[in-house]
Ligand binder design. Structure first.
Ligand code: BV8
Length: 249
C-alpha cells in the first residue's frame, strides 16, 4: 500500500473534520502477534469455538478450562508490544477537537501505545473480577485452586471481560454510540464487523452522514457501504494515513 493509494478526498475530509470516531477489533493487534479472535484457537485450543468458550455457560460448565484459556491469552498479551497501527491512532487523537477510540479488544495495547481517549466495549483481560458481585479484584492469596476464590466472598474469580450473552458496560456503549452519532469521519479498523452491538455503530455514523472508512486487508460485508475501503494491514495503512494528513495540514 503506497501513500498515493490514500484518496485525497479522505485527506480533505479529515482536514475538515472536527470529530473522529474509530472502532477497532482484533485485526489491529494481529501485527503485534496476537492472533485474531477467530485465529486465537490455535494449538491447545484448536478444538474449541471462542464464541462457545467466551460465555457464562462455558464458565459455569468448566470454570478451570475457561480460566486457563484466559491465562493463555493473558500470557500472549503480556509478550506483545503495540504496533505502528496502535501508535498512529494514539497520534491521531491529538489532531481533532473531538476524538474517541472505541475498542472491542481486551489487550490494553491501545493504552500502552499512548491512547487516552478510549472506551473498552468488551472489558479488559488484565482485570479480574468476582463472578458473584462483579467487584474487580486486584490481588488474591496464593492458592492451588483454579479459578481462585474471591478473597471477599469465596465465589470464583473470572476475567473482567464481556462474554457473549452479557451486556456491555453502559458507560462505554453510551459513549461509543454518542461518538459514532456525532462524528464527521468514522473508521472501522481490523474488525470482521460481526459481533453486535459494536458492528452496528457504523450505522449511527452513516445516519449522521459521516464519511466512513474501513481498514482491513480482507474487505468485510460492510466494505461495499463505506465511503473509503483501505485494503491493507492497519500497521501500514494507519501510519501512511497519518503521514499524508500531517503533510496536508
Ligand atoms: C450483548 C470479550 C445484550 C471476550 C467479546 C444483536 C444485538 C445484540 C446482541 C446480538 C445481536 N446479534 C447477536 C447478538 C449476540 C452476540 C453476538 O454478537 N454474537 C455474534 C457471534 C453474532 N452479542 C453479544 O452477546 C454481546 N452482548 O449484545 O448484550 C444482550 C444481553 C443478554 C442477552 C442477549 C443480548 C456481547 C458481545 C461481546 C463478546 N465478547 N470479547 C473475549 O475476548 O474473550 S467479542 C470478541 O469477538 C472481540 O471482543 C470482538 O468483538 C469479537 C471478534 O471480532 P473482531 O475483533 O472483529 O475479530 P475477528 O477475528 O472476527 O476479525 C478480525 C478482523 O481483522 C478480520 O476482518 C481480519 O480480516 C482483520 N485483520 C487481520 N489482520 C489485520 C486485520 N485488519 C487490519 N490489519 C491487520 N493486520
Amino acid at each position: 500500500m503506497n501513500l498515493f493509494d490514500i484518496d485525497p478526498g479522505l485527506i480533505e475530509a479529515l482536514r475538515a473534520a472536527d470529530s473522529v470516531a474509530v472502532l477497532t477489533g482484533a485485526g489491529i493487534s494481529a501485527e503485534s502477534k496476537i492472533p485474531t479472535f477467530r485465529e486465537a484457537m490455535t494449538g491447545l485450543w484448536a478444538k474449541y469455538d471462542p464464541t462457545e468458550l467466551a460465555t457464562p455457560q462455558a464458565f459455569a460448565r468448566d470454570p478451570k478450562l475457561v480460566w486457563d484459556w484466559y491465562q493463555w491469552r493473558r500470557d500472549l498479551v503480556a509478550d506483545a508490544e503495540p504496533n505502528p497501527g496502535h501508535r498512529a491512532l494514539a497520534q491521531m487523537e491529538k489532531l481533532f477537537d473531538e476524538f474517541l477510540l472505541i475498542t472491542q479488544n481486551v489487550d490494553s495495547l491501545h493504552q500502552r501505545a499512548g491512547s487516552t481517549k478510549l472506551v473498552e466495549l468488551h472489558g479488559n483481560i488484565a482485570r479480574t473480577k468476582c463472578s458473584q458481585d462483579g467487584r474487580v479484584v486486584a490481588s488474591w492469596p496464593e492458592t492451588d485452586q483454579t479459578p481462585p476464590p474471591c478473597p471477599h466472598c469465596g465465589a470464583l474469580l473470572r476475567p473482567d471481560v464481556v462474554w457473549f450473552g452479557e451486556s456491555l458496560p453502559g458507560h462505554a456503549l453510551t459513549g461509543a454510540m454518542k461518538a459514532a452519532s456525532n462524528c464527521d469521519v468514522f473508521f472501522s479498523v481490523g474488525t470482521s464487523a460481526v459481533v453486535e452491538p459494536a458492528a452496528s455503530l457504523i450505522y449511527y455514523a452513516m445516519n449522521n452522514r459521516a464519511v466512513t472508512v474501513e481498514v482491513n486487508p480482507n474487505p468485510t460485508a460492510q466494505a461495499n457501504m463505506v465511503t473509503y475501503a483501505l485494503a491493507g494491514p492497519s500497521g501500514e495503512v494507519l501510519p501512511q494515513l497519518l503521514a499524508a494528513l500531517e503533510a496536508a495540514r
